[in-house]
Design a protein around this ligand. Structure first.
Ligand code: SF4
Length: 368
């Protein structure tokens, strides 16, 4: 891979290991120096070349002049009152901002990361969808979000355990960068987060699901054991088109055919995400339609009450309706969890912090 030049030099987090090795060798250095540098970047989460004391001073100086460890700057941090969710608005080199979230569970520390600036999908209830699409993130811009929270946690001797690609953007519409980032995040010589602790979320981009199935069913060297989460939200085309516009391109029969191919190829269970919206998709009819769709699939359903956004009238349902929906699935043997909404007081739904920042600075999103 050719080195990617940032405005102040080569951005090291854009390089995979062979890329870093060829850069270091092209500078006349011994190959093991690349391994040392990689270790500083991913195991020590180094922020400056001066820390890298086992590298010769001449190499550190050259790195200082010609390369950068790009770390996004924090524009704003919001912490939930219960201390269990932290959301950071990060600024990238070109001034664009993205959100990334850290969630504290009893035994897990989970980063929810972004893969695009904005999102082209336009789900009606989502603040990111409401702001439109700006651009794809690079591999390095995805990876540094994970490093960002790895650094935060290391201050209290804690470790990031899980990563979900569920922040701003649709990961499978930025497939190559998202997958390269996942490989970097999970590589033992990278950030070393277990593949089974990584979830890739999609609204149902079928070509991406098929590519992911091929990767996961590939040779032991290249296979991936990550979890696929499909944001479903409705089990009939008519309703889903209202909530998730990409359903017109990838309707439910085709989507579930892709899910079955994925399950057969990988042997892995698929998670289906369902944001329950008052009087829209919280009916028993929808629960029954979902049961029918899942009858021949190894699946788990995550239900969550809608996280309301300012630009959308939709509201979360009463808890009794959530329970009735979940009980209906459960009675038919569908594995189901009702997830707690997190960080409501800090606008933890993706896109809300950036939307707030745009409003405060008078920036208009492309869709307003
Ligand atoms: S829910 Fe996900 S796919 Fe839909 S608009 Fe928001 S970020 Fe994009």
């Amino acid at each position: 891979m050719a080195p990617v030049a940032a405005s102040q030099g080569i951005s090291l987090y854009e390089l995979d290991f062979p890329g870093l090795e060829s850069l270091i060798q092209s500078w006349g250095e011994r190959p093991y120096r690349a391994r040392q540098l990689w270790h500083w970047l991913y195991a020590h989460h180094a922020t400056g070349f001066n820390e890298m004391l086992n590298l010769p001073q001449a190499l550190r100086q050259r790195l200082q002049t010609e390369a950068v460890i790009s770390s996004p700057s924090i524009v704003e941090t919001a912490e939930a009152g219960d201390g269990e969710t932290r959301k950071d608005l990060l600024q990238l080199q070109d001034g664009e901002t993205i959100e990334t979230v850290l969630m504290y569970y009893e035994r897990r520390r989970t980063a929810c990361i972004s893969t695009q600036v904005g999102c082209p999908v336009g789900c009606t209830f989502c603040a990111t969808g409401q702001m439109g699409f700006r651009r794809n993130l690079t591999v390095g811009e995805i990876v540094v979000q994970v490093l960002h929270f790895a650094r935060v946690l290391s201050r209290t001797q804690e470790r990031l355990t899980n990563v979900v690609l569920m922040g701003m953007g649709e990961p499978l519409l930025n497939y190559d960068a998202s997958l390269a980032a996942v490989r970097r995040i999970t590589a033992p010589e990278g950030l070393n987060i277990g593949q089974r602790h990584v979830t890739i979320s999609t609204v149902g981009v079928i070509p991406g699901i098929d590519r992911l199935a091929d990767e996961q069913g590939a040779t032991p060297d290249t296979s991936l054991q990550v979890t696929l989460a499909v944001s479903l939200h409705a089990a009939t085309d008519e309703l889903r088109e209202q909530i998730v516009p990409i359903n017109r391109q990838y309707p439910l029969d085709s989507l579930f055919a892709a899910c079955r191919r994925y399950a057969e190829r990988t042997g892995r269970r698929i998670t289906f995400e369902w944001a329950l919206i008052h009087n829209l998709n919280d009916s028993i009819d929808q629960a029954e339609a979902l049961i029918e769709r899942l009858s021949d699939l190894p699946a788990h359903v995550n239900l969550i009450r809608l996280n309301p956004t300012e630009r959308c009238q939709a509201r979360p349902p009463e808890r009794s309706r959530v329970k009735a929906f979940a009980d209906t699935l459960d009675r038919h043997g569908i594995s189901v969890t009702v997830r707690l909404r997190r960080g409501i007081d800090i606008g933890a739904g993706c896109g809300q912090l950036r939307q707030r920042g745009e409003r405060q600075s008078g920036v208009q999103s492309p869709r307003t």
